[in-house]
Write a protein that binds this ligand. Structure first.
Ligand SMILES: Cc1ncc(COP(=O)(O)O)c(C=O)c1O
Length: 413
């Protein structure tokens, strides 16, 4: 049998809709400078889909630094993996500044967050070790778990009673096997926007022996007094043994980093396969990161503006009777009821007639009959953006409730 045959029979849960969705719901092209207003198929939309939390993507100093660094060094430099020929003073300077910002002894850069966290998990655990992780962890963590040859226990999302139960099982197993325990959770969960229970988990260190890895992709720059993240927000930054962050969100760039004790980070530096066997981050990106970190630390008003907008959007939605679930971060989900045809028709109405561009999640990602819109407010959004969006959601929800929406016909361009 031709192995490709099955790929064409089963296109995957999202791929199955690709003939209708491609270019519109999937792989849409947003054009223009990154910000709250961008063009989609020629028309301006208010965009709520980008994790450009602090508005850094189009900050004039960021743009100037990126351009100058690209002109100075080109995109190739340095060539090779960090360990071989791809290290520079700038890479090390960035690591030192990030360690200082995160309140950790050391940091190592990761060329991509996804592969980086997978490799970090892979490097830490061996077959005798046990991983205990939150059920709603990101795909990159789940793929990291798939590399683990030993046992893993999942606890119900943010459920500390279940965490206790799983930790008991894990502790017994680790003891008999002569291994240790790695607990993995997130600072801010990217779909629902609720914070991981870092404080509660950290308190379990009195009861069980384990090390804690936190993925704070959405918390970096947005949470805590200085933007150092959810650990800072909850007062337990020092209890996080390995702190993973990405530049793909607040940092408005690409690449990531992991911080912790000096000896452990040094171990990771020499043992994370996705870093040892892959090219290091290009210099212009590293220099761009230095500028972003400097701006994050020196301009707390960016985070203040973000939260101002978060509160306006979330309070406005709540006041209009929307269910935004359990978010306590900038991530703003809107939970509605409806089937896929209604959901796509509503999304289309929002996009075409109200000029609101936001992400939508439906079955099979979530159970049938549910619709989740996910809005990401940023520091760059204006009061007008928020007002227009609240009005659009009120009107379209009324239509959804009145069963106005039927089958969505995507307009031809
Ligand atoms: C929670 C979480 N972890 C890890 C990643 C992967 O990071 P990157 O985009 O830097 O590869 C993402 C997505 O960006 C994420 O949302």
């Amino acid at each position: 049998m031709d192995i490709f045959e099955k790929l064409l029979k089963h296109l995957g849960p999202i791929g199955e809709h690709s003939d209708r969705a491609h270019g519109y719901f999937a792989f849409p092209k947003l054009e223009g400078e990154i910000g709250p207003r961008m063009k989609f198929r020629g028309n301006e939309k208010i965009v709520w889909s980008l994790n450009n939390y602090l508005g850094l993507a189009n900050h004039p100093e960021v743009r100037a630094t990126d351009a100058q660094a690209a002109a100075d060094y080109g995109m190739a430099s340095p060539m090779g993996a960090r360990m071989m020929s791809g290290n520079t003073n700038y890479h090390e300077q960035l690591e030192n500044e990030l360690s200082d910002y995160m309140g950790k002894e050391a940091t190592t850069l990761l060329n991509y967050g996804y592969q980086g966290i997978m490799s970090a998990i892979d490097a830490v655990v061996g077959r005798r070790d046990v991983i205990v992780y939150d059920a709603e962890c990101h795909a990159s963590i789940l793929d990291g778990l798939r590399l683990h040859p030993g046992k893993r226990y999942v606890f119900k999302h943010n459920d500390m009673e279940d965490f206790d139960k799983q930790m008991k099982r894990a502790t017994e197993l680790a003891k008999t096997q002569g291994g240790g325990i790695l607990v993995v959770t997130e600072g801010v969960f990217g779909m629902a926007g609720d914070q991981g229970k870092l404080k509660e988990i950290a308190a379990f260190k009195d009861k069980y022996e384990f090390r804690l890895l936190v993925d704070d992709a959405h918390g970096f720059g947005t949470m805590g007094k200085t933007g150092a993240g959810t650990g800072e927000e909850q007062g337990v930054q020092d209890k996080i043994d390995l702190l993973f962050n990405t530049f793909a969100k607040s940092g408005a760039s690409i690449g990531a980093f992991i911080s912790g004790e000096k000896a452990i980070i040094n171990y990771l530096r020499y043992n994370m396969r996705s870093q040892i066997f892959a090219k290091s981050i290009p210099l212009p990106i590293v220099i761009g990161h230095l500028k972003r970190v400097q701006l994050m630390r020196q301009h707390p008003e960016m985070k203040a503006k973000l939260w101002d907008n978060v509160n306006k959007l979330q309070n406005g939605l709540k006041a209009r009777g929307f269910n935004i679930g359990r978010t306590n971060s900038p991530v703003t989900p809107i939970y509605l009821h409806g089937d896929i045809p209604e959901a796509t028709a509503m999304c289309l109405d929002l996009r075409e007639n109200y000029n609101i561009f936001c992400s939508i999640v439906v079955y099979p990602v979530i159970p049938k009959g549910q619709i989740i819109y996910r809005l990401i407010p940023t520091a760059a959004h204006s009061d007008e953006d928020i007002e227009l969006t609240l009005k659009a959601f009120s009107e379209t929800k009324a239509k959804l409730d009145e069963k106005v929406y039927q089958v969505a016909e995507i307009p031809m361009v």
